[in-house]
Design a protein around this ligand. Structure first.
Ligand SMILES: Cc1cc2nc3c(=O)[nH]c(=O)nc-3n(C[C@H](O)[C@H](O)[C@H](O)COP(=O)(O)OP(=O)(O)OC[C@H]3O[C@@H](n4cnc5c(N)ncnc54)[C@H](O)[C@@H]3O)c2cc1C
Length: 333
């Protein structure tokens, strides 16, 4: 990633025009945009890597609804965003969860759990869904990382394996389709008859070689040391034994806003309420991306990009009223 700088464990003091909290797609684009508007920027993320949900949850999946990319692998999009932001050399504080935001005169002082203090003229919160932990499969926890997985960072690791994917949402069906060409077999198990995924994805699954078992639940996972068999049951009586070396549980995530809940920000639907300029109820604190809520909100990468640009333009004008709200065209730069 060109231009990528990391200030991991950075000293306790740093002063910037804008602190971006969260290095997911929204925060990375916000960092680019702030540099474009002439602001100095620090980007803090609790995780050790940039990319937010994309890097953590689906780096190898293809994304089809980002403008300008008919299809882009998740990690490739993150790499391009980091490269774009890197043009302005933002200071990255990775492994720094922001715990406090305190008003300080003409700015805000943020404190991280790794001991950094960042003074900023404004803060853009791009905290996504906060900390996320996978919803656990009720059985088989002893096989975690020995065949039972909740994340699939590298699909190739499952090449040639018999895989059971559990779940009925987009993630489960997308994983089943992604694994179909490389796994020895893929069985999709869902406890209801109807899937919650996009209709087109459901059609693709039915047209593929993925074996679909509904309404079945995983009753037991067994194996000597690692997974070798999965028993699924319907109505407690009808049982099927599936040979499997891997179970991918895609049952969703439990999100926890963590410290963001304590920052005195007005919340709605467990998100930060913003106005049309992405401003929160706190002076100098803005929010964008999945964490932000406003009437008509839709949580998508493309929406986060627009919200980040909108927020940064308003922040630029707030920090220096001589700056115009409209940025001019980057193509003129
Ligand atoms: C399986 C899956 C598939 C998806 N597919 C698509 C798709 O095809 N198209 C699409 O548009 N969207 C898709 N999405 C949704 C998309 O990933 C999100 O909309 C997007 O990631 C939101 O970006 P964000 O930067 O706002 O938040 P996130 O990506 O959630 O990033 C937020 C970051 O903030 C950090 N953070 C949180 N709190 C703190 C704190 N206190 N201090 C420091 N850091 C903090 C987190 O660690 C995280 O890295 C998908 C999501 C999933 C789970």
């Amino acid at each position: 990633m060109s231009g990528f700088q990391t200030a991991t464990g950075a000293g306790p003091e740093m002063s910037v025009d804008l602190l971006v909290i969260g290095a997911g797609p929204t925060g990375l684009y916000g960092a680019y945009y702030a540099g474009f508007r002439g602001l100095s920027v620090a980007v803090a993320d609790a995780l050790p890597e940039v990319g937010g949900q994309i890097t953590s949850l689906y780096p190898e999946k293809f994304i089809y609804d980002v403008a300008g990319f008919p299809a882009v692998r998740g990690q490739d999009l993150v790499d391009r965003l980091a490269e774009q932001a890197g043009r302005w050399n933002p200071a990255y504080l990775l492994g720094h969860g922001v715990t406090r935001l305190d008003d300080a005169g003409e700015g805000i002082v943020a404190t991280t759990d790794a001991g950094a203090r960042i003074s900023a003229g404004a803060v853009l919160v791009c905290g996504g869904i906060g900390n996320f932990v996978p919803r656990e499969l009720p059985v088989g926890s002893e096989y975690l990382d020995r065949g039972l997985r909740y994340f699939l960072p590298r699909l190739a690791e499952l090449a040639g394996q018999d895989v059971v994917v559990v779940g009925g949402g987009d993630s489960a069906l997308d994983w089943a389709l992604s694994l179909e060409p490389i796994a020895s077999s893929v069985t999709l198990v869902h406890r209801r008859t109807r899937f919650r995924a996009h209709e087109r994805t459901v059609e693709q699954v039915h047209a593929s070689s993925v074996r679909v078992l509904t309404p079945y639940e995983v009753e037991k996972i067994s194996g000597d040391g690692s997974v070798s068999e999965v028993v699924v049951a319907r109505s407690g009586s009808d049982r099927i034994s599936l040979p499997a070396q891997c179970v991918v549980a895609a049952l969703g995530f439990i999100a926890d806003l963590g410290p963001m809940e304590q920052w005195g920000l007005q919340l709605r639907r467990r998100r930060i309420l913003v106005d049309r300029t992405m401003r929160t109820n706190r002076q100098r604190v803005f929010a964008a991306g999945d964490i932000a809520d406003h009437d008509g909100k839709v949580s998508l990468i493309s929406i986060g990009f627009g919200e980040a640009a909108l927020a940064v333009n308003h922040i630029a004008a707030l920090l220096d009223p001589a700056r115009s709200l409209t940025p001019g065209h980057s193509s003129d730069a």
